[in-house]
Every structure is written in structure tokens, then in C-alpha cells.
Design a protein around this ligand. Sequence first.
Ligand code: SAM
Ligand code: SF4
Length: 343
Amino acid sequence: APASAGLADRHGRRATDLRLSVIDKCNLRCTYCMPAAGLPWLPAAQLMSPAEIVRIVGVGVGELGVTELRLTGGEPLVRGDLEEILAAVRAAHPRLPVSMTTNAIGLASRAQALAAAGLDRINVSLDSLDAETFKALARRDRLGDVLAGAEAAAAAGLSPVKINAVLMAGVNDHEAADLLAWALRRGFALRFIEQMPLDADHGWRREEMVTAAQVRDRLSQRFRLDPHPGQRAGAPAELWEVRPPAGGPVLGTVGVIASVTEPFCAACTRTRITAEGRIRSCLFSHEETDLLSLLRAGASDAQLAELWRAAMWAKPAAHGMDHPGLDSPDYVQPERSMSAIGG
Ligand code: SAM
Ligand code: SF4
């Protein structure tokens, strides 16, 4: 890869958006992500320390053109030193946009501190407003904690609070319009994400996934959706303006992310670091490159940047799952599941 091009790849894309997993562990067991028994968690010594995270972010921003950071996991709030991580990143990069994807358990008591430490924005994952359905889906009875967490995020100024929802046929797909009505009422920006074949149980079935077209159909039964005029070309979320069914004032917006049926790989700007400090060029990569070991061996920023650049140069063109069936020769599910990769 030409050194001047940042995190370029052979298909003409350039990654500027860093998704960094701070931990693989989680306190929920969402069926589309984790097995009921959990996974063998990484030992603490294998996780990046706050100083190591700051160093890696610094290489991305300083040497490779990274312009945006999102912390994810596993569940980032499971890390007790998350405030320390954020404060250290913020001190090194006063203007870097920093966001986090979280299940919001425990956020109610930490939102203020996280905002004060430098967090700008938050995505809360919430798939159901019904306690029983939530429990069936996440295998834990924690809906109340998630709702309290989302409210606390808004109160702490982590706004606009975005809500990520995954719909599953026969489980929570009937709640699409209820989730939107709630989000509009609360001033939250809701985005539906198609379920991807990244669950640890390998239980994803194309016939059972709820497609973006089905989500739009369901929402259209209760709302009028018009394409959002500010839609960015190539942006993952297709944005819609929401109005009452008979027309009238815009009530808000809703996003639909069609990762499977209408993929946006050609416009992808992401680079990923797993919780043990490995570079993944794509969610669906079969290869990882160990950046943290090189860092721990005393490498310079330039050496770390070179390894990162080389790993991204090999980024696959597309995930290959936009074909009818998992028997497609183009799609092979990665060995690691969503929580282990860092979603
Ligand atoms: N634990 C945090 C959370 O749930 O927000 C952060 C990590 S989680 C892996 C990040 C996002 O990935 C969540 O919004 C979750 O719903 C989504 N996700 C997990 N497995 C998925 C799958 N198989 N298909 C689509 N989205 C998935
Ligand atoms: Fe945990 Fe997030 Fe995976 Fe649910 S989606 S099991 S909250 S990592």
C-alpha cells in the first residue's frame, strides 16, 4: 500500500473509521450473537490496557488518517476502567469524535462520568420493549436497566442517542412500529440492522432473517416513510423521514441498515481492532493481524502503522453473503462471532 494513502485497500477504499473493541466479555447472551453459556473470555492480561489503546488510536489518527473512533465489544461497560480509557483518548485527541456501542446495562450510573471523560455519542442496542421478549432474546431479564441507561445517556448530553435494533422473525418483528413510536416519542434516533450470520451458534437462516424491505413494509403500516433528503451516498443506514400515515409534519427519522440484502461494502470506511489488539479489515475477514504483540515488543509508531496498512491493503472486496443461501461459495462464516470480533 502506498504510504501516503492511509489505510487504503486494493479496491480503492480508504478506512477512516476505527471500531475498537475494549473487551470480548458481555453480560447479555443475545441469541443472534452469543451462545447461552457464553464464550471462553480472554484473560485480562491479553486485553489492551488504557495506555495501549491510546497508543493504537494515536497511530491510527497520527499516521493513518483515522478521523473517528467507536468503542465496542463484547460489552464496553463491563470494563471498570472505561472512564480512564476515554479520558486518556480525549487528552491525546481533544477533537476526535468518540462514540460507543453498548447494551446500556449499568449506564444509568455511569453516563455522566463517561460524558465528562470525553465520550461524545452513544448507540444503545435495544430489540424489544416487552420484558418477556427482551428476556427471550437477550437471555437475561434486564429491559429496565437498558431503558434507564438510554434515558441517562440523553440526560448526560450523549445525544442524539441512537438505538440499534435487530429484528428476528416470529420473535420481535411485530414490534417494529412500536419501537419507532417509542423512539420518536423519546427523541432517540432508531436504526434497524439486518441480522447477519455472525452468531456463535451458527444458527442464522436466510429464510428467517427480517429483510430491510420487510422492515420498511412493517413501518409503513403505521407511518409514512419518505427518503431523507440529507441521505449520504454510500452511508450504511438508509435514512427515512417519518410522518403520520396521512402526511403532515415530520415526526423524526428512522434508519434501516441492509447489511445482507443491500450491502454497502463498496463504500466501507471501517477498520477494526479486536479486544486483544488484532487488526481486522472487515467484520467478515478470515484473517487477523496481531498489532498488540508488535506494540508490546517495543515497535515504533512507524512500524505499527506499516503493519496496519499492510493488513488493510488485503481487505476483501465484499462479504459475499448477498447471494441466495449460505451454500453460496462466496460466503463462509468467520470463525469468531460478533461479540468476539467487536461489532
Ligand atoms: N454489547 C454491545 C451492544 O450490544 O451494543 C456492543 C457490541 S454488539 C456485538 C454491537 C452491535 O452488534 C449491537 O447493536 C448488536 O445488536 C449487533 N449485532 C450482534 N450480533 C449481530 C448479528 N448477528 N447481526 C446483526 N447485528 C448484530
Ligand atoms: Fe452482548 Fe452486544 Fe452480543 Fe448482545 S449483541 S450478546 S449485548 S455483545
